[in-house]
Design a protein around this ligand. Sequence first.
Ligand code: SAM
Length: 276
Amino acid sequence: MSEHRAVGRVKEVTSLSNPLVKDIKALALKKFRDQQHAFMAEGLKLVIDALDLGWQIKTLIFAKAGIGNQAVEKVAARTVASGGDVLEVSEKVLSAITRRDNPQMVVGVFSQQFMALKDIRPKAGDVWVVLDRVRDPGNLGTIMRTVDAVGAKGIILIGDTTDPFAVETVRATMGSVFAVPVTKATSEQFLAWRKGFSGLVVGTHLKGTVDYRSVDFSGKPVVLMMGNEQQGLPDTLAESCDRLLRIPQAGRADSLNLAIATGVMLYEIRRDALKL
Ligand code: SAM
């Protein structure tokens, strides 16, 4: 590990009361993530992918077991080269940071990135997903992963939503948090942006009268709007849609889970674009 040790930025930490460790542990709470504009991602592959995609790493934390592992050492060197810190920690410290008994060997702390709504100018074939007040971190993370998988362009979060950089969300994205641009907007800001958008805006709604399989999504940019887990889409957002679509159901369930409904919709919208 001589390359980055020479720069003097590798610190060995074994105490849970170390202030650097306390700061990283605090990232479990939104208040501190917001204060530090940072979040945590676990796993060597994720950290490498994030660096390859140009995300700024603030701190790399790795277990002592990572010493001598070439890939870990390379990531440590990249972290130092980009101005970040590297912490070599005990298993106990890593477990405390990740709140897991068997933590991954590597954890990265990254700067948060949000895209500005004004910079979203979808072209033909682009698909953006609008999520109204999404509450569940698992749903948001799963949707980010699905958006990534189908090649949609990104997510616009409307209103009071769960944090895309919460630990549970990041875990559920399986790395897609680094590949999917996310924007935050109020409902008013979104509606103002929507006025300048000339593509197709489709909402999904339990009272929708149009079968989602009957729509031609080709040749234009598409905005797909999904409602809150408990309340569905409010009227203001539903009225801004060109079409309100429904996914037919049989059986006793009132509705589909939000992430499942988003997946079903995205596969239909991207049907022609996706080939084996
Ligand atoms: N009680 C809520 C309601 O009345 O809308 C249920 C919301 S559902 C769990 C969350 C979101 O998933 C909905 O707002 C809608 O966007 C989408 N969704 C779920 N099932 C759907 C279906 N069968 N057809 C259309 N959209 C659906």
